[in-house]
Design a protein around this ligand. Structure first.
Ligand SMILES: [Mg+2]
Length: 259
């Protein structure tokens, strides 16, 4: 029996590579299937929303089925009878916290939009998850805009900006990939000692913490702050990229190299 009872994997850049065939390596699918057969549960912990993730999973034609989804870095869904159903207590509390927080910042959004538009060419929009969502042309532009938005966040309790590459949105500090993982761990009656977490970008940092997972991993393509955070906490940074990198990290933790 392995000591890993719960896997939390980011999707894009960690598990899934859109133009690879298959987009999730067969070895990784087999490892996940074997762990699930031994009783472990698997979470896809992503910034994508439901329809976008379902489309990508459908097109990838994968054989394994996640037990849980964490969507938009904060909402939790459980696989039941071939569907993903929301965890009502968590998702309702999450929705309420965001509604209250976003009502407080909404009057300031037009000034932020004007500040960004005066300096950058960026896609700016509102969606169901944030009153301000951003897509920039370059990571350099996003670095500068984020400095500005993070300065604003310091004045608003509970507000944070979640960034993944050239995408960013506002969020409540209490709801992220890490706290959602902790909630699933708690509901399963497990401890962080039994949890494996893997991710490649800044929005993964909240779950790439020893507070939530004893087995931390990053594929070779992870951005430098993610590789650094994983190494500083004694985690494993793979030689291989994306899904092959996650497979390598699982081999490490499940094999002789693991604790
Ligand atoms: Mg990613």
């Amino acid at each position: 029996m392995t000591r890993i009872k719960l896997l939390s994997t980011d999707f894009d850049g960690t598990l899934f590579t859109e133009f690879e065939h298959p987009p999730i390596p067969s070895e990784l699918q087999e490892q996940i299937a074997r762990l699930q057969a031994e009783g472990a549960r698997w979470i896809i912990n992503t910034g994508r929303d439901m329809s976008s993730l379902m489309e990508a999973l459908g097109r990838a034609g994968i054989e394994v089925e996640p037990d849980y989804l964490v969507l938009v870095e904060r909402e939790v869904y459980q696989h039941r009878d071939s569907q993903y159903v929301p965890l009502p207590e968590w998702n309702e509390a999450c929705h309420r916290a965001h509604a209250e927080l976003f009502a407080r910042i909404r009057p300031d959004v037009p000034a932020m939009v004007a500040w960004i538009n005066a300096r950058f060419h960026a896609r700016i929009y509102e969606d169901a998850y944030s009153p301000l969502c951003l897509i920039t042309s370059t990571n350099g532009d996003m670095d500068l805009i984020l400095d500005h938005l993070e300065h604003y966040c310091r004045r608003v309790p509970d507000l944070t900006v979640v960034r993944n590459d050239v995408y960013a949105r506002f969020s409540h500090r209490a709801y992220n990939k890490g706290t959602a993982l902790a909630e699933i761990t708690r509901r399963l009656g497990l401890s962080r000692e039994a949890v494996f977490a893997a991710g490649d970008h800044l929005n993964d940092l909240p779950m790439l913490s020893r507070a939530y997972a004893a087995c931390l991993a990053a594929p070779a393509n992870a951005v430098p702050p993610v590789r650094a955070a994983v190494l500083e906490q004694g985690g494993y940074v793979s030689q291989a990229s994306q899904g092959a990198g996650v497979a390598e990290a699982l081999r490490y933790y499940l094999g002789a190299g693991g604790a």
